[in-house]
Design a protein around this ligand. Sequence first.
Ligand SMILES: Cc1cc2nc3c(=O)[nH]c(=O)nc-3n(C[C@H](O)[C@H](O)[C@H](O)COP(=O)(O)OP(=O)(O)OC[C@H]3O[C@@H](n4cnc5c(N)ncnc54)[C@H](O)[C@@H]3O)c2cc1C
Length: 342
Amino acid sequence: MSYLCWEESVDLRQYNTFNVCSIARYLVRIRGMEDLKKLHVSPRFHGLRNLVLGGGSNILFATQDFDGVILKNEIGGIELLSQDDHSTVLRVGGGVEWTSLVKYCIENGLGGLENLSLIPGTVGAAPIQNIGAYGAELSDVILSLEIFNLSTGEVTTMSRDECLFEYRDSIFKRELKNVFITCLIIRVNKERFHCLNTEYSSVQDILQEQGVITPTIRSVSEAICILRRRKLPDPKIVGNAGSFFKNFVCDDFLSQSLVKRNPQIPIFPKPDRSFMIPAAWLIEGCGWKGKRVGEVGVFSNHALVLVNYGSRGGEIMSMAKLIVQDVQAQYGIELTPEVNIA
Ligand SMILES: Cc1cc2nc3c(=O)[nH]c(=O)nc-3n(C[C@H](O)[C@H](O)[C@H](O)COP(=O)(O)OP(=O)(O)OC[C@H]3O[C@@H](n4cnc5c(N)ncnc54)[C@H](O)[C@@H]3O)c2cc1C
């Protein structure tokens, strides 16, 4: 019978894409439901703060020490549950890398994830902020997920509707925080019944550049990968966690008053009748794009991305706070972080 190993004084630098150093008191690797059950009956667990960690690509360790236990999700497995002429249902372990799942789907001619190509991190973290890119979101494909409640030890299945998915948000960022997402059930389409989403002009441009006349799941995925490599910094080269802030979403009334005060402000209507203002535009408008202060900076190609040249998490937080203050002062808009702060 396997036992849980409590690694002590673990440097988390290798486990977060910001590449910041923070020392965790303990780290436990979770490889399945049995490990979670063992952890839950361990007296040591209940006296400690805990944090579930996937690929560390959406987290900022803001302090030098994490005085608690990191639960490193290593639950693997992609299992075909059922299929019909139109679609396939998969059960995917929460510790599977998101990019491996996308690759699996593309290699098996399954559509639905191609616009989410090259998003770092694990499958289990994808519901936390309902990952999205180029007009697609996790909520388009997810049917349900399984959680282990770290407070009660209960295992529950939740339907997509119960997850309360929104733009970069879900119940797991609000009412239901102390849970471990162990697996996802998703439905993806067989290629001949799949409707590709190439509505973004930047995607169309790359497809044209690549000489693609009839797009396929694979060619759209490749186009998205090209776009992302051009636009975003590679965390292996410079520490970052993708977009640090969320775009600002507001109602019609507020959007009109913001336009009155700033006629230049770009506002995009969303299908749910709300309006979105790109946070990158606001940050750039305050002169932050490409700026570097000590060992932290704002990426020169994309004002939403904070980059770490060797600082500690606290310095990154300080820069983020200055950006929030400037945007508030100049535009009267309060930016909120997309990245989780630990
Ligand atoms: C270069 C780059 C580009 C990115 N582009 C995008 C993008 O286009 N769209 C997008 O949406 N995101 C993007 N991101 C953000 C990130 O990739 C996603 O949020 C991803 O889902 C995070 O996965 P992770 O495993 O790394 O999560 P982590 O960073 O490990 O964790 C993030 C949060 O989720 C919690 N968590 C993790 N796993 C679980 C679990 N199994 N159960 C419960 N809680 C859990 C953690 O406690 C933490 O609060 C990008 C990041 C980078 C670095």
